[in-house]
Design a protein around this ligand. Structure first.
Ligand code: SF4
Length: 211
C-alpha cells in the first residue's frame, strides 16, 4: 500500500526525558484530534513527533505549540538527554537517573558545543538508555556513577571510553561539565565526540580532565 502522507514531521521540544504530565498528555491528544495528525510517535530521544501533516496544518500546529519555525541553536546545551525511570520507578534502579538527567540538561557551558551531544543516563548496569553508545553516558554501579564519553550509534558506531567510575552525583555532574567545556574548547567545529576522542585518545582526555 502506498503511503499518501507527506513526509513531514515536527518534534515537541523540551520534554524532560520523556516524562509527560496528565495535562500535557491531554493537550497532545486534543491537538492530535484537532489537526488530524496522521501519526504521533515517541522518538528514540524520548520526545513526541507529529508525522505526515500537510504543510499548512503543520504550521498551525507549530504556532499552537509555540515551536519555532527555525529550530533555535541550543549549542550551549546538550542536544538531548535520555534517562530511564531509575531508582524512583524501576525495581532494578540504584541511581536517580531522572534527577541526573535534569541536572545534565540544565548545565551551563562555557560556549557553543562543536556538534550534537546526546546523553544517555541509566539507573543501573542494564543500561536501558544505551549509555555506552551516547556522547555522554552515565550508568549507576554499586560504587556510584560510571561516566563514559565518545560513544556513537550512527554509521561509524563506537563504544564510549570509560573516563571515571564510582562517582557521586555531584562529582559526575562536575566531571561532565569539565569534559564538555574541554571538548568545546579543543574539538574542531562539527567534530562529534566519537571522532574527537578517536583523534586525541582516551588517555590524553583523562590526563587533561583528571590530572
Ligand atoms: S537501566 Fe536499570 S534502572 Fe534503568 S530502566 Fe533499565 S533496568 Fe531499570
Amino acid at each position: 500500500m502506498t503511503n499518501q502522507h507527506p513526509k513531514t514531521f515536527i518534534v515537541l521540544p523540551d520534554i524532560h526525558a520523556g516524562m509527560l504530565s496528565p495535562e500535557a498528555l491531554e493537550q497532545i491528544s486534543a491537538l492530535v484530534k484537532k489537526y488530524q495528525v496522521p501519526m504521533t510517535k515517541i522518538t528514540g530521544a524520548q520526545r513526541v513527533a507529529f508525522l505526515g501533516m500537510e504543510e499548512a496544518k503543520l504550521s498551525q500546529l507549530q504556532d499552537e505549540l509555540k515551536i519555532p519555525k527555525t529550530p533555535p541553536h541550543h549549542r550551549n546545551r546538550v542536544h538531548y538527554v535520555q534517562a530511564c525511570p531509575g531508582e524512583t520507578w524501576c525495581k532494578y534502579g540504584i541511581g536517580d537517573a531522572l534527577t541526573m538527567g535534569k541536572r545534565i540538561a540544565g548545565l551551563d557551558l562555557d560556549g557553543p558545543l562543536p556538534a550534537k551531544v546526546k546523553v544517555g543516563i541509566s539507573g543501573c548496569r542494564m543500561c536501558c538508555c544505551e549509555s555506552w553508545m551516547r556522547d555522554v553516558g552515565l550508568a549507576t554501579e554499586k560504587k556510584g556513577w560510571r561516566f563514559t564519553f565518545g560513544g556513537n550509534a550512527a554509521g561509524n558506531p563506537r563504544i564510549g571510553d570509560l573516563i571515571a567510575a564510582g562517582l557521586s552525583d555531584d562529582e559526575a555532574v562536575e566531571l561532565i561539565r569539565k569534559t564538555l567545556n574541554y571538548y568545546l574548547k579543543t574539538a574542531p567545529f562539527k567534530s562529534r565526540t566519537a571522532r574527537f576522542i578517536q583523534r586525541i585518545g582516551a588517555d590524553e582526555l583523562r590526563r587533561a580532565l583528571l590530572g
